[in-house]
Design a protein around this ligand. Structure first.
Ligand SMILES: Nc1ncnc2c1ncn2[C@@H]1O[C@H](COP(=O)(O)OP(=O)(O)O)[C@@H](O)[C@H]1O
Ligand SMILES: [Mg+2]
Length: 226
């Protein structure tokens, strides 16, 4: 459960998030849309505790994200799956190692690491190329590796900020299908995107941000819903 209450964030005098209130239930698939500069990424940074908000509160299950120390935030972020437009893969590690690294970093025993990596690579459809290095992968495959890495800790919430921003239409469609599958498997999905195609295909909840404010929030929205 995610609850934003009157969340505002400003840089200088400019309000980037302006009294945002919203709530998202477990298993929802929610798209945040809006023009470039609307505040989508800032909303996500606030949600993961990477940006401090000026006023309001952000609750995620039992976490009071707005009030947590940096140390507590680090532990909180491990519970989340987070995917960005750029894949942030380690160039000297292959697909398997990139995913394994995320688990090893948190002290998961080796036999569990291998089991989990196989499982998530299966989910994203990369078992065949598990030994390839990032430079040998297409953009779509790199993003699927990043998604596999995000899934390694079994996140209840997967947050994706413009995950298809660098991808062609076919790879975009693959990522969309994958996100739907992950949602079906039990994760809540929060997707920030300005890709009209995706949002209109989804037919799920759409929250439209403009100038830091929620302009509309529709259960079965399209990209242009007002
Ligand atoms: N660190 C920052 N300092 C000042 N302004 C910022 C900073 N980060 C973002 N902004 C501004 O906040 C606004 C919203 O940005 P962002 O959340 O990235 O929008 P979106 O993801 O919807 O494109 C933009 O106008 C951007 O220039
Ligand atoms: Mg953005």
């Amino acid at each position: 459960m995610i609850v934003f209450e009157n969340v505002s964030k400003q840089y200088g005098v400019r309000k980037i998030l302006d009294e945002i209130s919203l709530s998202i239930k477990p298993m929802e698939f929610v798209s945040i849309v809006g023009p470039s500069g609307a505040g989508k990424s800032t909303l996500i940074y606030a949600l993961i505790g990477a940006e401090k908000i000026n006023t309001g509160s952000i609750l995620v299950d039992d976490y009071k994200v707005h009030a947590m120390s940096e140390k507590a935030l680090q532990l909180y972020r491990r519970k989340l799956g987070i995917v960005f437009q750029d894949y942030k893969l380690l160039p000297r590690k292959n697909v398997h190692e990139n995913v394994a690294f995320a688990l090893e970093a948190t002290g998961t025993p080796q036999y569990l690491v291998n089991k989990k990596v196989d499982e998530v690579l299966e989910t994203v459809g990369l078992m065949d190329i598990r030994n390839h290095f990032p430079y040998q992968l297409s953009g779509g495959e790199q993003q699927r590796t990043a998604i596999a890495r995000a899934l390694a800790h079994d996140p209840k919430l997967l947050i994706a900020d413009e995950p298809t921003g660098n991808l062609d239409p076919k790879a975009t469609e693959d990522i969309l299908e994958l996100l739907l599958k992950i949602n079906k498997n039990g994760s809540t999905i929060l997707l920030a995107t300005h890709d009209k195609q995706i949002v209109d295909t989804l037919q799920r909840r759409v929250i439209r941000l403009e100038d830091g404010k929620i302009k509309s929030d529709m259960a079965k929205g399209s990209y242009d819903s007002k």
